[in-house]
Design a protein around this ligand. Structure first.
Ligand SMILES: [Mn+2]
Length: 244
């Protein structure tokens, strides 16, 4: 049996990232897959990008990883200026999805949905929208074409697992910007990696406390864009798009 830690949506929050990596290390897990949004919102895009690049065997592209390169407004250019052109190009070049087989299950891992990194699917959305997570990928994105038994993703910052018509949909939650509860989130997949033999398999949901007030102090010191919303998200888990 092998274990793979799956992290997502770190959003430049170095305190949360450090706490999660410490937990992964303490469990003796060496493989980490990252489902995107390394940057955006938090004050440490450089450190997080460099560490994810070093530590993660697989990294797929999130919406923020694309948006920082476009620098369409101050929200994005603040992060892009700190990252510099080489890291911005690295983030933009990340693959759309990663397919893996574990204990006979075909597992699709991506940031938001097969439709695009911007197409958001919540656990409470209509069944057709959730089932579309198992749809074929657009041609240009289809690196390895297979119909998944399991889809794992990030983007919504809400950890969950659902069984839909015999398939499994799960979200690993967010390391650096959780919006379901105020603790860093990640998952551990356990099974026979690369094996087509139908064998036991598990998905474990981890929650890791971290020093939120230190993360707030770092964000204030750096003067991140939309500071008040970011601080409220870290302290309460209330999404900036939901209420003022
Ligand atoms: Mn995100």
């Amino acid at each position: 049996m092998e274990r793979v830690a799956v992290v997502s949506d770190i959003h430049g929050n170095l305190e949360a990232w450090d706490a999660v990596v410490k937990d992964i290390d303490a469990r003796g897990i060496s493989r980490i897959f990252c489902l995107g949004d390394l940057v955006g919102k938090g004050p440490n895009p450089v450190e997080v990008t460099d560490q994810v690049r070093t530590r993660c065997e697989v990294v797929v592209r999130g919406n923020w990883d694309e948006l920082v390169g476009r620098q369409e407004d101050d929200n994005f250019s603040w992060h892009a200026q700190r990252l510099g052109p080489e890291r911005v190009a690295y983030l933009a070049s990340l693959p759309f999805q990663h397919d893996v087989i574990m204990s006979g299950r075909r597992i699709r891992l991506l940031h938001a949905s097969p439709q695009s990194v911007y197409h958001r699917v919540q656990p409470w959305d209509p069944a057709e929208k959730r089932l579309a997570m198992f749809d074929p990928l657009p041609d240009e994105e289809a690196v390895a074409r297979f119909e998944p038994d399991i889809v794992g993703y990030g983007d919504v910052h809400n950890a969950f697992l659902q069984h839909l018509r015999g398939k499994t949909l799960f979200n690993v939650g967010s390391v650096g910007n959780p919006l379901d509860m105020t603790q860093a989130s990640y998952c551990i997949l356990e099974g026979m990696l690369g094996s087509r033999e139908n064998a036991p398999f598990s998905i474990q949901f981890m929650r890791v406390p971290y020093d939120i007030e230190l993360a707030v102090a770092q964000a204030e010191k750096a003067g991140v864009p939309s500071l008040d919303y970011y601080v409220r998200e870290l302290r309460t888990g209330i999404y900036r798009g939901l209420q003022d």
